[in-house]
Ligand binder design. Structure first.
Ligand code: TPP
Ligand code: MG
Length: 231
């Protein structure tokens, strides 16, 4: 399975595929990651649509290998959690996962973790240039519409990593992603080098987290659209 389904009455995924027909989908990326992820790795997850799709992929032979943001679900958890795991288990390979919106909340950590005495990690950023989970919710709630979900396409997270003295690479195909992750793990374990892998993806979106929480907006007592000041 390579692609995501649309809910009845919405066409976002169909439009996203048509817009970038040659770009990797989230599931293609996760399969490429599976091919390179070490069996004994500790991994983290973040809050977001690509990370949620990923919950179906890695499997574990031992406990204490999967760090997840849990009940409060804070975006930005993927990087700091995997850095902490590496400090606790320096001889185990670690790989952090985040969407690009969530990663923006933790990106400042890149300025700290490259110091010589800090252990190396590998961080994957799913670069779909959108707050995807929020876009999926709004297309469902508001008749296939969305607002405020787009991220700046000029920003390069791989470039930010390089500016922090770390290794930063962008990948666009499954083969590039598998090769980059293999190399990043080798660099983490043998050369104490941190790599950020920015995975360029199409904008398809999987299942929303909280279908049950979705309700159409209701009229608020006594407020009329005509009360709004014109801009
Ligand atoms: C600190 C914080 N702010 C906002 C949210 C709400 N939220 C949940 S998922 C999400 C979008 C995540 O976007 P991104 O990281 O780009 O991942 P994608 O869904 O695109 O894969 C947001 C804003 C949250 N969980 N935590
Ligand atoms: Mg995103």
């Amino acid at each position: 399975m390579d692609h995501e389904d649309d809910d009845p009455g919405t066409t976002w995924n169909q439009r996203a595929r048509a817009d970038k027909p040659d770009w990797m989908s989230p599931r293609m990326a996760w399969r490429a990651i599976q091919s390179a992820l070490p069996k004994d790795a500790i991994i983290s997850s973040d809050i977001g649509n690509n990370c949620a799709i990923g919950n179906a992929y890695p499997s574990f032979d031992e406990g204490r290998k999967y760090l997840a943001p849990g009940l409060f679900g804070p975006c930005g958890y993927g990087l700091p959690s995997i850095v902490g795991a590496k400090i606790g288990q320096p001889h185990v390979p670690v790989v952090g996962f985040s969407g690009d919106g969530a990663f923006g909340i933790a990106v400042n950590e890149l300025t700290a973790i490259g110091r010589d005495e800090w252990p190396a990690v590998t961080q994957i950023v799913f670069r779909n240039y959108q707050w995807g989970a929020e876009k999926r919710n709004s297309t469902l709630w508001f008749d296939d519409n969305f607002v405020g979900t787009e991220l700046d396409t000029k920003v390069s997270y791989a470039g930010i990593a390089q500016a922090c003295g770390l290794l930063g690479v962008q990948v666009k195909t499954m083969d590039e992603l598998t090769a980059a992750l293999n190399l990043a793990i080798k660099d983490q374990m043998e050369n104490n080098k941190t790599t950020l892998i920015e995975v360029i993806l199409n904008q398809e979106l999987g299942e929303p987290f909280r279908r049950d929480a979705m309700k159409r907006p209701v009229q608020v007592a006594g407020i009329d659209a005509a009360d709004m000041a014109a801009e």
